[in-house]
Design a binder for this molecule. Structure first.
Ligand SMILES: [Zn+2]
Length: 539
């Protein structure tokens, strides 16, 4: 029989089906991150969300799967990030030590690593992600990596050959690829193993790094229980071997020829004799065209995200772009609304309230499904457009949010008569988010203040005044909706012979003392005709 043709509309499902062919008893998807600086939504894409979608898709196929999040807090502290309110000289002495051995830059945390991981760990569940949290420092201390350290020490010559082959490197004969934590100064970046007799390692703390100097200590120790760690590419491969990793996504910079993916995969196969995970490169996530950097501090963290958007929207953004596509997320611009609009559209499609082509329907439904965190509702929840929410919060800046929900009803922005608890909470949330976005992130042209009086230095031409008077009369005459009022503006422009752009500018000048504003018809309907008539009649 001919195999049925499967069309993949969502990348995570395709990945899951490819993984299924491995016929693993259990699937393990990985993400990892070094808590040396701020964790941002770009990290969340590669290290948390992409793995979590694959994990869910595997489970949807009835397969056993779990997600791990490795926190590489045994890594060296090699740079002091900007944007921290600390004196750099207080921390320079710790450069070269494991991140867990560096004091927190802010009081109240056990270490540098603990401080930086707090944000991501406390926000995870709110984004519907529940991985096993695996700090490397603890894993090494508990001896979980000891077996791999032994393998590495016994195969160091083979490792050297692979390293030199794959990376085109020149590691000298006798290279012992483990890093000792100096017993004297506590640094790991500055030590060098000089001998391994099968039982003990002899090392010198004499390496000079741009950020750290060795203390010249000479020592000997029996490796294990966290006194030794593996260099990054071996550490990566060792983790796959230990945890049985089957899938991982990683930043695309790891995938260059001879880079860490090539090397670690070779180590995994040839040194640890195990199949490496399927790995997919993940592109950058830009915010307002800029790359986020955990060491510069211009980041949007997961908890920042929760100030201006629902967690479902971040999931939706991540699932609706192929991992190999750059995402350019607009935060400080009106284009920000588009993400919420796209999510709302997928919701309508999911509940059959809007229909696209067959393929697009299936795709949007699946995006929506994978974006959910809470239990799916039986019928479509009441929607409020993000731009309307941001407008309403500005038209009535003093009103408490629950009154704004009523205003949304009376002004005709929501039509359902009785709101469920879920609907109410969701509407309140969106209003709160919109309010925060306006306050902290919105561009100037998205902000406005409704004028109480005609602005003092307002200058309008006679035709513009005439047009506004006609609008005032029209508002008195009958009840309008968004569409009919919008059409009426164009009739008025034609009748008075003024350009549309001049008409709109005149209206915004009067109402907002600005040249631009939110869409005029919905804005007037929300503001209430009395106020508009009063101001327009005065010009
Ligand atoms: Zn030392």
């Amino acid at each position: 029989m001919e195999k049925p043709k499967i069309d993949y509309y969502v990348w995570a499902d395709k990945v899951a089906d490819q993984l299924k062919e491995r016929k693993a008893k259990k699937y393990v998807v990985h993400g990892m991150w070094t808590p040396s600086g701020f964790f941002h939504i770009g990290n969340a894409r590669a290290e948390l969300l992409i793995p979590s979608f694959v994990n869910e898709s595997l489970k949807d196929r009835g397969l056993k799967s779990e997600q791990n999040f490795i926190i590489d807090d045994f890594d060296d502290f090699d740079k002091i990030p900007e944007g921290l309110n600390i004196k750099n000289e207080d921390f320079e002495q710790y450069l070269g030590k494991p991140l867990r051995k560096v004091p927190s830059p802010v009081e109240g945390y056990d270490s540098w690593a603990h401080f930086f991981q707090k944000d991501v760990l406390s926000a995870l569940e709110k984004f519907g992600i529940k991985p096993n949290i695996l700090p490397s420092y603890d894993a090494y201390k508990k001896g979980i990596y000891d077996k791999t350290i032994k393998i590495v020490l016994n195969k160091s010559e083979e490792i050297r050959k692979i390293w030199n082959d794959v990376t085109n490197g020149k590691k000298p004969k006798g290279w012992v690829p483990v890093m000792v934590i100096c017993e004297n100064c506590g640094k790991s970046a500055t030590t060098k193993v000089v001998a391994w007799d099968g039982k003990e390692l002899e090392y010198l703390c004499t390496q000079h790094r741009p950020y750290a100097q060795g203390c010249r200590h000479k020592g000997k120790l029996k490796p294990g229980k966290g006194n030794v760690k593996l260099p990054w590419r071996l550490h990566w491969a060792a983790g796959w071997y230990i945890y049985g990793t089957t899938f991982e996504s990683a930043g695309k910079d790891h995938f260059s020829s001879g880079g860490s993916v090539d090397t670690s995969q070779a180590f995994c196969r040839e040194i640890f004799k195990t199949q490496p995970p399927m790995q997919i490169p993940t592109e950058f996530l830009l915010v307002d065209n800029a790359k986020l950097s955990g060491s510069v501090g211009n980041v949007i963290s997961l908890s920042n995200w929760l100030e201006f958007a629902e967690p479902e929207l971040l999931r939706f953004m991540m699932i609706s772009y192929q991992p190999q596509t750059v995402i350019n997320f607009d935060l400080h611009s009106n284009k920000f609304f588009l993400l919420a609009d796209r999510y709302d559209e997928a919701e309508r499609v999911h509940f059959g309230k809007e229909i696209k082509s067959d393929k697009r329907n299936e795709q949007l439904k699946r995006y929506y499904e994978l974006s959910q965190i809470k239990q799916m509702q039986e019928k479509i929840p009441v929607q409020i457009n993000y731009s309307i929410a941001s407008m309403v919060t500005q038209v009535f800046p003093e009103k408490p949010l629950n009154e704004l929900v009523e205003i949304l009803s009376t002004k005709g922005w929501i039509h359902r008569k009785t709101l469920t608890q879920f609907d109410k909470e969701r509407l309140l949330k969106r209003l709160e988010l919109a309010k925060n976005w306006i306050k902290k992130y919105a561009p100037e042209d998205a902000k406005f203040v409704v004028q109480e009086e005609i602005p003092k230095d307002l200058k309008l031409g006679s035709k513009e005044k005439e047009a506004l008077h006609i609008v005032a009369n029209a508002l008195k005459e009958k009840k309008w909706n968004e569409k009919t009022l919008f059409e009426e503006f164009y009739n008025i422009c034609q009748g008075t012979g003024i350009k549309n752009t001049d008409f709109f500018r005149a209206a915004y000048n009067v109402l907002l003392n600005k040249d631009r504003g939110p869409k005029l018809a919905p804005f007037i309907l929300t503001l209430g005709k009395e106020k508009v008539i009063e101001l327009f009649e005065k010009v």
